[in-house]
Every structure is written in structure tokens, then in C-alpha cells.
Design a protein around this ligand. Structure first.
Ligand code: ADP
Ligand code: MG
Length: 728
């Protein structure tokens, strides 16, 4: 074994695992480091408390003098917990979270100092943000960016820093982050869904979208992970032969959690509790060393913040356990990749889940209304949904026979399919009393019962109804959920707005009763949305053909998929729903296209380096050993040496062949990269990286992996799959 590998493994095997001792009940720890309602009630005056709650519930402005009071109380609360710094915490378009710490400490002359934090600092900051991606927005407007407090996501303490969740926008108002469009989309869906929910209950004043994400990840020993330059630089292995054992025995999924992983999980979950992230479920996933963590669902903006925060702290906690968390969608070839199911629903301020069937026919009609409108929205905007989950890393997963395919489809189960079929037959126009009774008793009225036994689940669907929520399964494990959630909530908002218009027209112009009008519109929606409904196996090749016939998009690569983000249809949608203007939408597209290019570019460079500097020299070393052996045999046996050196000579030739192939392909890749880099049009550049550069990766990898099998294990410099995936 090479020295590097040997040392990494030795370090791994000599580790002491500390089992985290959880002495405190989780309910006691929960939210301890969050400036939540309880903390606010304790620290704020009644006026200040009401002011924050009004801002949270109705989006009202907070007075400057009240902001001063809140800041001061927040500071005292934080100081009492040993905090020294504060930061505006935001989510720029890098996908990661951003923070710039400032100390509360200030000098006041005479060599004296105090801790200070004013309303101004709480409400607004101007980070020097010129290095965040902005897709040309700030250049165009020569505007600076600023961060502004989002009171709907409570401040929290991490380490010794008070973190204040904020939006990040240009002075001209354009969003420079993930949060701003999400908040606008949530507002849009609130408005549209509340108007529709009022058909069923006049008391509804607000509808919130909920999100429950399920985070998948790999956990690898840190020394082993860091011995691989590809993992360090790109988050995935660019080469490596499959281990003799993979996931074929299915012995990892839901298996007993390895001690060291469990210790990491306990530690992570304790941190989550303190931060008010309601994590609840943990288990082994399908691939070796792959795991999942899921919380209790929350309001979407908060859930998105919590997932972003989680991804950040996972890394920090892992360091304490000498582990590395891999959030990449496909760190290892040949075993499952990671995703992040986004469970989504809508619920009213009166406590009703709009995607959950109720006890009365009317509440079930409400359920069907939201259920069918969601299906219709996905049918209309399936290509945009696909664009919302596109990334260089997620491309490895979508359509790679393990995850939902790149085709968007909706699975609803046998029973609900039957219900839709019945509704399709509803009479056009006024309904007879008998038909109404029939519908209420036999179709709508039976929904709760049928859903109870609707336990079949189609794991191959990208968007599945699972009893009382939809589950968007194609989201990538390292994605910021804000991106798909902005899209989903916007398209549903738009759809509900259209629905309301159509129903009202039928009531006003045709004199239909409310429920008749609703039945009439839903009937048409069912007919119009048939293409998106698919109950079969999404991994099957036959589905690709069928989907094509239906006219569904199948954008397999990110450059193709992203185009839907700037189609006229999308730009109109975002504009109409006041989620993003054209400049903002186009800027995001540009940023994502550029990020794609950079990711593939980095991978190409790293792969070239490893192939040339690690693999080829090692292969030559081993080949020399063989040559010396053959020469020795020749000395010993003279003419008869071939009898004893046949095998060696074959390997010598094979090594030469692979070295030659690697060299040729790496040269070709470098050439293609240079050509692509000269292109000034970002779209063309991305297309070249996708179609000309990336396909060479597999060819280079193929020969490298063959050499891994040929070369003496003692010499091989790269930690192997069996070591990465099976060391616990
Ligand atoms: P799975 O079988 O896919 O693991 P679970 O039933 O365990 O699904 O739920 C997964 C996630 O769905 C959890 O995070 C849970 O909080 C979330 N979830 C449940 N109900 C809702 C809802 N109404 N809205 C959003 N998410 C929800
Ligand atoms: Mg799930």
C-alpha cells in the first residue's frame, strides 16, 4: 500500500470514537439558542413583541425606535449566553450561506469600551459583497447590495455569534439571494390560496406553504476522504474502480447504524435542537456509508433556512468526529447517489392542511381543488420544475436509474386516479340534484376511506402524492431548497389565481352554484392535465418513449434544462406573480450557467492532474518492476524465458495501452477545454463543456480504473472505493 494510503488508513483505524452522551431531554434543549417567541416574551416590551409578531404575521414594518429596543434586548439575551459577535446571515447565489462577523464591542473614549447593538445594525447592513455572484445586476445598475432583516426567521446563536437571517438585495431592489424570491413566491401562494380557500371557509385569512426536507448524505472518514484530491476539490470521486461489494446485498438500508455514525448523528442532532431545527428521523440509506436525516416539517421559509444551516453545521460537527460529510449528489459511481425529497403542502391559519382529505364532502371538495390545481400547475410548468433542480452534480443522478428521471411526472396512486376518472364525467354546466348527491356521497365523500389504504408508493416518480402532501423527489442533496420551492409555490399560485377567475366567471356569467362551478372547472383541469399523470415505472425506457409522445420534456443535462428559466412563459409567470422581474430571472440563469461551466472545468482539471500525476507515474513504476522481472527471467532462463514471463509481458503491454489512451484523452480534453474557454457566449460555452469536455471524463476514467486493477496495490496512491465506502 502506498505511504499516503497507509497513513490515512492507519490514522482511521487508530481512532477513539467518542460516544456522545445525551443527558438532556431534547424537548428541553429545543430552541435554547433561538430568539424565538418564548425568548421574545421574556426579553421584549409588549409593544416591541407585538411589533415583531405583526411583522411576522402580516408583514408590517417595524418602527425605528422599536427596532432599537429589539436590538438591545437581542444583544442582552445573546451576551447572557456568552456571545461576542453578530452577523447578518444570508444565502447568496453561491448556494452556500454567508456571514461576516462584527463584534458587539465598541470603544467609547478614555480607554473604555462597551457592548453595543442598535436597531440600525439589526435592520440593515451593507456587506462588501462585490464578490458574490450577481449575474451582472450590480454592474448594470452600479448599485451596491445590502442585507435586510427577515423577522419571519428568528435570530439564532451559533458558536459565539448571533446570526440574524436576512435577505440580500441590490439598492435598486433586485434580489441577489435565494430568500427574496422565495418570500415573494410564498406571499403569492398565500394570496392566491387564501382566495380559493375562502370558497370553503370564509374565516381563512392566511395560507402557508410547508416544507419537510429529507437530507441524504455520505459520511466518510476524514483522513481517507482527504487523501483523495478529487473528493477534496470536487466533492465526488472522478475515478476509482467499484469495490467487489457494493449495495447489492441491501444490507445497509435501515440496518443498524454504525457506532461512529451514530455518535456523529447524536452530536449533530443536539446542535440542531439548540438551533430549533426539529430533526426527528435518522437512518442508514441504500449505499454503504450513506445516511438520511429528516425533520418535522415547518413553514417553508424557515424550513429552507434550517436546511441551509444544517448543511453548514453538518460539516462542522463532522470535523469533531474526524469525518467528512459528502453532500454531492453522486460521490461514488456504481452505488446510489443522494437526494433531498421536498415534502410540500399548504395549510390555513385555521389549522387545515389543504392537501389532506377531511371529514365532510365539502372539505373533500376543498382537498380535490388544491390537489387538482397542483397537478395542473405541474403539468403546465413541468419544464420549469425540471430547471429548478438542475445542476452539474444532480445531472449524475437524474435519469441514472436510481433517482427520479429527468422527466417530470405526477404519481397519485390507483384510488385517486379512479376519483379523477369519475370527476371527468361530471355534467357540463348545471348539475342535477341527483348527480350532486351522488358526487358528494359516492365520490368526494369516500376519499378519506380510500386514502387510508392508499399505501402503494411509487419510488420512481419525480413528484408523488403521499397521502397529505406532495413529495418533490428530484431535488438534489446539496441544493438550496429555495430554488425548487420558489418555482413550485409560484406555479401553484398562478394556477390558483386562474382557477379563482374561472370559477367566479361560471358563477357570475352562467349562474352556476359555487360547488357546480368548482366541479366544472376541475373536470376541465383533469382532462387538460392527463399528460403529467404517470403511475408506471419511471426508470423504464418505455416511459421515455411514452413521455416523448405525450410531449413532456426530457432535458437530461443542465444547460438544456436551465433554458426553461428564461423562456417567455417563465419570465411572464415570475413577472405576473411578482416573484422576479426579467432582470432578476435572467441574472440567475446566467449565474447558474456560469456555475455549471466552472464545475465541469474544475472537474476536468482535477481529473487531468490525477490521471497524469498520480495514475500514469504509478503505472510506469509498476511496469518497470515487471520489466525488471522479465529481464531477470531472461537472464535466468535465456531462450525459454517466455514460458515464465508471458503474463508479465501481457500486463506490460496492457499498461502501455492504457497509458497511451489516458494521454490521448487527456490531451483531447485539454484541447476541448481551451476551445470552450474562448467562447464568449455563456450558453455556447456551457453546451461545449457539456457535450465535448464532459464525455471525455468517462473515457479517461475507464483506463485509470483498469490500471487500478492491474497495478500492485502497494503502489496505488489513491484510497480505493472499498476503503472509502466500507471503513466505519
Ligand atoms: P418518507 O416515507 O418519504 O420518509 P415520511 O412520512 O417519513 O416520508 O415524511 C417525510 C417528511 O415529510 C418529513 O420531513 C415530514 O415532516 C414531512 N411532512 C409530513 N407532512 C407534511 C406536510 N403537511 N407538509 C410538508 N411536509 C410534511
Ligand atoms: Mg420521502
Amino acid at each position: 500500500m502506498s505511504t499516503l494510503r497507509f497513513q490515512a488508513l492507519k490514522e482511521t483505524l487508530n481512532r477513539d470514537y467518542v460516544m456522545v452522551n445525551e443527558s438532556e431531554r431534547r424537548s428541553v434543549l429545543f430552541g435554547e439558542n433561538v430568539f424565538n417567541q418564548t425568548a421574545m416574551l421574556q426579553c421584549l416590551t409588549k409593544d416591541a413583541y407585538n411589533s415583531v409578531m405583526n411583522a411576522v404575521e402580516h408583514g408590517s414594518k417595524i418602527d425605528r425606535s422599536i427596532a432599537d429596543q429589539i436590538a438591545s434586548a437581542m444583544k442582552d439575551w445573546a451576551l447572557s449566553k456568552g456571545v461576542t459577535h453578530y452577523t447578518h446571515w444570508f444565502q447568496p447565489l453561491t448556494g452556500a450561506t454567508a456571514e461576516k462577523h462584527d463584534a458587539f464591542f465598541e470603544t467609547i473614549g478614555n480607554g473604555q469600551a462597551v457592548e453595543k447593538f442598535g436597531g440600525g445594525q439589526l435592520v440593515q447592513q451593507e456587506p462588501d459583497a462585490s464578490s458574490f455572484p450577481n449575474g451582472g445586476i450590480r454592474n448594470t445598475f452600479e448599485a451596491r447590495g445590502y442585507t435586510a432583516w427577515d423577522p419571519t426567521s428568528p435570530a439564532f446563536i451559533y458558536g459565539t455569534t448571533l446570526c440574524i437571517p436576512t435577505v440580500f438585495v441590490a439598492y435598486t431592489g433586485e434580489a441577489l439571494d435565494y430568500k427574496t424570491p422565495l418570500l415573494r413566491a410564498l406571499q403569492a401562494v398565500d394570496g392566491a390560496a387564501t382566495a380559493v380557500a375562502k370558497y370553503f371557509d370564509k374565516n381563512v385569512k392566511k395560507v402557508s406553504a410547508s416544507l419537510g426536507w429529507e437530507q441524504e448524505y455520505f459520511l466518510i472518514d476524514r483522513a481517507l476522504a482527504e487523501s483523495r484530491p478529487d473528493l477534496v476539490m470536487t466533492g465526488r470521486t472522478l475515478l476509482g474502480h467499484s469495490a467487489a461489494k457494493g449495495q447489492q446485498l441491501d444490507d445497509h438500508y435501515f440496518g443498524s447504524i454504525p457506532v461512529r455514525a451514530l455518535s456523529f448523528m447524536s452530536d449533530l442532532e443536539t446542535e440542531c435542537m439548540l438551533l430549533g431545527i426539529p430533526v426527528k428521523t435518522r437512518h442508514n440509506e441504500v449505499a454503504p456509508n450513506q445516511f438520511e436525516l429528516a425533520p418535522i416539517y415547518e413553514e417553508t421559509n424557515l424550513a429552507v433556512d434550517h436546511n441551509s444551516l444544517l448543511m453548514d453545521i453538518m460539516d462542522k460537527v463532522a470535523i469533531r468526529h474526524n469525518l467528512t460529510v459528502l453532500l454531492h449528489e453522486k460521490p461514488f459511481a456504481g452505488v446510489n447517489g443522494s437526494g433531498k425529497h421536498n415534502n410540500w403542502s399548504l395549510s390555513t391559519d385555521t389549522g387545515v392542511n389543504l392537501l389532506s382529505p377531511g371529514k365532510t364532502p365539502m372539505s373533500n371538495l376543498q382537498f380535490l381543488t388544491f390537489f387538482i390545481n397542483t397537478i395542473k400547475a405541474v403539468n403546465e410548468y413541468e419544464e420549469l420544475m425540471r430547471a429548478g433542480i438542475a445542476s452539474a452534480s444532480n445531472d449524475h443522478r437524474l435519469g441514472a436509474n436510481e433517482a427520479p428521471p429527468a422527466i417530470m411526472s405526477v404519481f397519485i396512486g390507483e384510488q385517486l386516479t379512479a376519483v379523477l376518472k369519475e370527476l371527468e364525467g361530471v355534467t357540463d354546466g348545471k348539475l342535477s340534484p341527483k348527480e350532486k348527491t351522488d358526487l358528494k356521497l359516492n365520490v368526494v365523500g369516500k376519499i378519506p376511506e380510500i386514502l387510508l389504504d392508499n399505501t402503494d408508493r411509487n419510488r420512481t416518480s419525480s413528484f408523488a402524492f403521499t397521502g397529505n402532501k406532495f413529495e418533490f423527489r428530484a431535488v438534489g442533496s446539496k441544493a438550496n431548497c429555495a430554488n425548487p420551492m420558489t418555482i413550485l409555490n409560484t406555479i401553484v399560485a398562478k394556477q390558483l389565481k386562474e382557477f379563482k377567475k374561472e370559477v367566479d366567471t361560471l358563477i357570475d356569467a352562467k349562474g352556476l352554484k359555487k360547488d357546480e362551478a368548482i366541479f366544472n372547472v376541475l373536470r376541465e383541469y383533469i382532462k387538460e392535465s392527463k399528460n403529467i399523470l404517470f403511475e408506471g415505472n419511471g426508470y423504464d425506457e418505455a416511459w421515455e418513449k411514452e413521455a416523448e409522445k405525450r410531449g413532456l420534456s426530457n432535458n437530461k443535462t443542465t444547460p438544456d434544462a436551465l433554458k426553461a428559466k428564461v423562456s417567455d412563459k417563465t419570465l411572464d409567470l415570475f413577472d405576473e406573480m411578482a416573484v422576479m422581474n426579467k432582470i432578476e430571472a435572467e441574472a440567475r440563469y446566467e449565474i447558474e450557467i456560469e456555475e455549471y461551466v466552472m464545475r465541469i472545468q474544475i472537474e476536468g482539471r482535477v481529473l487531468g492532474d490525477i490521471a497524469r500525476n498520480h495514475v500514469i507515474p504509478t503505472a510506469i513504476k509498476y511496469q518497470n518492476m515487471l520489466i525488471n522481472n522479465v529481464l531477470g527471467l531472461k537472464k535466468l532462463y535465456e531462450k525459454e524465458f517466455k514460458k515464465y514471463a508471458k503474463e508479465q509481458m501481457e500486463i506490460i503491454e496492457e499498461i502501455s495501452m492504457h497509458i497511451d489512451k489516458i494521454n490521448t484523452q487527456v490531451n483531447k480534453m485539454t484541447g476541448e477545454r481551451k476551445k470552450a474557454n474562448k467562447l464568449t457566449d455563456p450558453e455556447k460555452k456551457a453546451a461545449d463543456y457539456c457535450d465535448k469536455v464532459k464525455p471525455l471524463f468517462d473515457k479517461i476514467r475507464y483506463s485509470c480504473d483498469k490500471l487500478e486493477l492491474l497495478v500492485d496495490d502497494e503502489l496505488w496512491p489513491l484510497t480505493k472505493y472499498r476503503e472509502l465506502l466500507f471503513t466505519r
